[in-house]
Design a protein around this ligand. Structure first.
Ligand code: 4GX
Length: 236
C-alpha cells in the first residue's frame, strides 16, 4: 500500500530525481517465529489485536544503524496531535524522519514510551492502519523539499502557507453552463486580480474556517480587507 503511494506523482518524481530518499520497512522482517507474528491478544482481554513491541523496536533500531539517529520517530494514531501545515514545515526541516504505522486496535504502549518521539493524527476519523496517514505526511512534507514541486511559487502560494484558504480558480471557457468567470480575472489588471484573490481568500476563510484567521499571517492590506468584510457583515 505504501509502495503504491510512493510510486505516483510529485513524491515519485522527487525520489527519481534524488531529492527524496524514502524506504519502506516490513515489520515481519524483524520477527523470529515461523509465522512472522507482529500482533497478539490484548492483556486484560477485549476485542481485536495489539501490535507486539519487539518487531517495532527492532525495526527502528535497524533504521538507526542504517541511517543514523532520526530527527523524529512519529507514531501515527487518532490519539496524536493534529498534523497541520506547520507540522509539515517542521518535519521538512529534519534530515531524517521515521513514521511508525500500526494496524489493529493499536500498539503496545511501550513502543510509544521507548521509540516514538511524538504522535500525530491526520484527522478525527478511524482508519484501518497508519499507512495512509504516513503517505499523507510524506506527500505534504515532500512538497516542501526544495525542487520537488517544479514551481516554487505554487508552493509558496498554497492554501495554508499563510494560514488562509485558497481563492477560487477558473480556466477557459469564460462562460460555462451559464456561469461567467469574474470579470476582473479577464481584465489583465494584475494589481486588481491580486486584490480580488486576496479578498476572496479572506471571505472564504471567514465563511468556512473562521478559526484559522486567529493564526493567519495577514499583511496590512489583508487585515484592512478583513475589517471591511466584517464591518459589512455586521451592518447587513
Ligand atoms: N491519523 N489510524 C493507526 C492503529 C493504531 C492505533 C493506535 C497505533 C496506535 C489515524 C488517524 C488512524 C487507525 C492509524 C488506527 N496504531 N492515524 N491505527 N486518523 O485512524 O493517524
Amino acid at each position: 500500500m505504501v509502495e503504491a503511494g510512493l510510486a505516483e506523482g510529485v513524491v515519485s518524481r522527487g525520489i527519481d530525481r534524488g531529492l527524496l530518499d524514502i524506504k519502506v520497512h516490513d515489520l515481519r522482517e524483524h520477527t523470529t517465529d515461523r509465522h512472522r507474528t507482529v500482533d497478539d491478544v490484548p492483556y486484560g482481554g477485549g476485542p481485536g489485536m495489539v501490535m507486539k513491541p519487539e518487531p517495532l523496536v527492532k525495526a527502528v533500531e535497524a533504521i538507526r544503524q542504517q541511517r543514523g539517529e532520526p530527527g523524529a520517530v512519529v507514531l501515527l494514531s487518532p490519539q496524536g496531535r493534529p498534523f497541520t501545515q506547520a507540522e509539515a514545515v517542521r518535519l521538512s526541516g529534519l534530515p531524517h524522519v521515521v513514521l511508525l504505522c500500526g494496524r489493529y486496535e493499536g500498539m503496545d504502549e511501550r513502543v510509544r514510551e521507548l521509540v516514538a518521539t511524538e504522535e500525530l493524527s491526520i484527522g478525527d476519523y478511524v482508519l484501518s492502519g497508519g499507512e495512509l496517514p504516513a503517505l499523507v505526511i510524506v506527500d505534504a512534507v515532500s512538497r516542501l523539499v526544495p525542487g520537488v514541486v517544479g514551481d516554487a511559487q505554487s508552493v509558496e502560494g498554497d492554501s495554508f502557507s499563510r494560514g488562509l484558504l485558497d481563492y477560487p480558480h477558473y480556466t477557459r471557457p469564460a462562460e460555462f453552463a451559464g456561469r461567467a468567470v469574474p470579470e476582473v480575472l479577464l481584465s489583465g489588471h494584475h494589481a486588481e486580480v491580486r486584490k480580488w484573490r486576496k479578498r476572496a481568500a479572506i471571505e472564504r476563510t471567514l465563511d468556512r474556517r473562521p478559526e484559522l484567521l486567529a493564526d493567519a499571517s495577514l499583511d496590512e492590506e489583508e487585515r484592512e480587507m478583513l475589517n471591511e468584510i466584517q464591518r459589512k457583515d455586521r451592518d447587513d
